[in-house]
Ligand binder design. Structure first.
Ligand code: CP
Length: 343
């Protein structure tokens, strides 16, 4: 039987994402969930995490399941993902061996593996997540890969529904690039774009020239938005991008056109301090809620006055990570191997 995985967050479809957001809000309000004793989730973290790891562990406990969380290179063998590689480096274990073994012990696998930011085509292939999907006979949940962060997307959707109602068609949402000392992957902005598109929002992406998202992903998001009654536009002026927004999501990311020239990009990024989200920028919006997935560099990405202000939804969204993870696992496990997205 085909394992039904959660890879980019679009699997449940637009109504399914809305339903999961609503279910998460019910669970936050005290609704009882089905329990799944004897079910084990094995999470593999190839990169650090505070929210994803902790909220997942809370959700698993709250569903009566058992979590087993591994950090390869720290408490488990360092893992190689490249097919056909001669393993004479520092990785003693290959995912081709590790994943089927872990599937013998657990009922759901979950993995976090960020983009390398060195090779565009390698990152586009999402190689570690792809290995999990290839070798796992049980469902896989993406905990942030090179391209996507679907559990963050669910929490973002639940936050929007909580504040603005479940019909988000035509809602002006702005995703703005923000400064950062380091080149960061684009999984979160890609996910914001896809989730907003699924919800039929009118998404504006504001970024400086050179900090473009992958055109293949942008094109897909524009098509998904159109199917759901929304739109996607890109502007290179932050204040213009924030004008009229009901939600402002801030995030830094590296440019898709910056592959192979990250040093040049870093010099450019160092001159973009005026993209920090301040109260002055937020005044251009329609009293927008401010969001960031966290962790965030205060007074680099966003000014204290905004993230500590009355319109900051950052802690609420992070709190919803627990309830959205629970809603997702409940849906996946209640299907008992059948397609959970048909329910
Ligand atoms: N937003 C998010 O995924 O946080 P962590 O990296 O701490 O898990």
């Amino acid at each position: 039987m085909k394992p039904y995985s959660f890879v980019d967050g679009s699997e449940p479809g637009a109504q399914g994402v809305r339903d999961l957001a609503l279910r998460a809000l019910e669970l936050r309000g005290g609704a009882k969930s089905e329990r799944f004793p004897d079910q084990r989730l094995i999470g593999v973290f190839l990169n650090p995490s505070l929210r994803t790891r902790t909220s997942l562990e809370c959700a698993v406990y709250d569903l009566g399941m058992h979590p087993i969380l591994l950090s390869p290179g720290a408490d488990a063998w360092k893992m190689e993902h490249r097919p056909g590689v001669v393993m004479d480096g520092d990785c003693p274990e290959h995912l081709a061996d590790a994943i089927p073994v872990l599937a013998e012990y657990g009922d759901v696998l979950a993995v976090r593996a960020f983009a390398g930011l060195r090779d565009a085509e390698e990152d586009r292939s999402d190689p570690v997540l792809a290995a999990f999907l290839k070798y796992s006979p049980i469902p896989v949940i993406n905990l942030e890969s090179a391209l996507w962060h679907p559990l963050q997307g669910l929490a973002d959707a639940a936050t929007w529904v909580s504040h603005l109602g479940e019909d988000l068609r035509g809602t002006p949402i702005t995703l703005t690039w923000a400064p950062h000392p380091k080149a960061l992957p684009a999984a979160v902005p890609n996910q914001v774009a896809l989730t907003a598109a699924l919800m039929g929002a009118n998404l504006t992406i504001a970024h400086p020239e050179g900090f473009d998202l992958d055109p293949l992903i942008l094109n897909r998001c524009a098509n998904v938005a159109t199917e759901n009654g929304g739109s996607v536009r890109v502007v290179h002026d932050q204040r213009e991008g924030i004008r009229g927004a009901r939600v402002v999501v801030a995030k830094s990311w590296s440019g898709f056109s910056g592959y192979g020239r990250r040093d040049e990009e870093a010099e450019h990024r160092a001159r973009l301090g005026d993209w920090t989200v301040t109260a002055s920028q937020m005044k251009m919006s329609e009293n927008a809620g401010f969001m960031h997935c966290l962790p965030v560099r205060r007074n680099v990405v966003v000014a204290d006055e905004v993230i500590d202000g009355p319109n900051s939804w950052t802690t609420e969204t992070a709190g919803l990570r627990r309830w959205t993870a629970m809603a997702l696992l409940e849906r996946m496990l209640a299907a008992r191997g059948e397609n959970p997205w048909n329910a």
